[in-house]
Design a protein around this ligand. Structure first.
Ligand SMILES: C[S@@+](CC[C@H](N)C(=O)[O-])C[C@H]1O[C@@H](n2cnc3c(N)ncnc32)[C@H](O)[C@@H]1O
Length: 279
């Protein structure tokens, strides 16, 4: 039996911005599940089971004359997967206050030092949206709050929210890899208040939270904002990310239906992370 489980694509992209972000968004739709931005572009990974020879046919940016994109790809042996990932994962520090690093990186002398082993889950903090959600969490008072981290990926945002004082947290992801990885990371960071669940919005029925964090994507958010609003306590905050600045009117309109109004915003390379509160 073959032990090859992933295929890695090494893309070089010119110009880098907004090329890389468009490419990642499009590859995400075709089944690629992990991305590491590099100096010249991005490395993207897909499970061999999900792959077929036409996988890139629907990726429009590859046909665009505005971008020059080249790539090579190779099978990644299970045995060298860790090495591959370690080579690509650099620690990050957000606002000089929160480090997100792997166990094999040296400890940071920051207020928060989060250790995660993301493997195939999204959430190393490299991505703009994770970075901005970390900024929101750093600037919000979580003391004694109940928190939902929807689309938790590696669990990094729930982990930081607990470190900031939250006392009851649920971290939910639809993806089995992310569920298992969040469980591992919660333990690795000695978090005691986080329950990790595998699933989606249906799991939220009858629950309530002071803070809801959802870094997913425009379509899932538009579909699930109603459910989030049903679960959000009166003085609560809803933090949303995973979409572009141009998508704000759509997201804001949906939130307005439930009396939620934008109260705070971060922007990075066209991506945004918004806070909504009841008006
Ligand atoms: C952009 S990643 C965010 C990961 C992490 N929270 C972070 O900020 O780095 C989005 C995550 O949402 C998950 N997801 C996608 N659709 C979902 C849904 N309907 N319900 C829950 N999670 C979902 C994906 O599996 C993925 O892990």
């Amino acid at each position: 039996m073959s032990n090859i489980t992933y295929i890695g694509y090494y893309f070089t992209v010119k110009p880098l911005e907004p090329g890389v972000e468009i490419l990642i968004a499009e590859l995400g739709y075709t089944g690629f599940e992990s991305f590491v931005e590099t100096e010249s572009g991005v490395t993207a990974y897909i499970q061999k089971e999900e792959w077929n020879e036409q996988i890139l046919d629907s990726v429009e940016i590859l046909k665009s004359k505005e971008f020059e994109i080249t790539f090579t790809f190779e099978n990644i042996e299970q045995t060298n997967w860790n090495e591959e990932w370690e080579k690509n994962f650099n620690p990050i520090v957000v606002d000089n206050r929160c480090a997100v690093r792997a166990p094999f990186h040296e400890k940071f002398d920051t207020e928060y030092d989060i250790v995660i082993e993301p493997k195939m889950s999204f959430g190393t903090g490299h991505h703009e949206t994770t970075h901005m959600m970390i900024q929101h969490i750093l600037n919000y008072d979580f003391k004694d709050k109940s928190v939902l981290d929807m689309g938790c990926g590696t669990g990094v945002l729930a982990i930081l929210a607990e470190m900031r004082g939250a006392i009851r947290l649920e971290a939910i992801d639809i993806d089995n890899w992310c569920y298992l990885n969040s469980l591992e990371n919660v333990e690795r960071n000695n978090c005691k208040n986080i329950t990790v669940l595998e699933g989606e919005a249906q799991l939220l029925e009858g629950k309530n939270f002071d803070v809801i964090i959802a870094n997913i994507n425009r379509n899932i958010l538009l579909q699930d904002i109603k459910t989030y609003a049903d679960c959000l306590n009166e003085n609560g905050s809803l933090f949303l990310s995973g979409f572009y600045k141009d998508d704000i009117p759509f997201i804001a309109k949906e939130c307005e239906l439930f009396h939620l109004k934008e109260s705070n915003r971060y922007e990075r390379n066209n991506w945004v992370a918004l806070e909504f509160t009841y008006n």
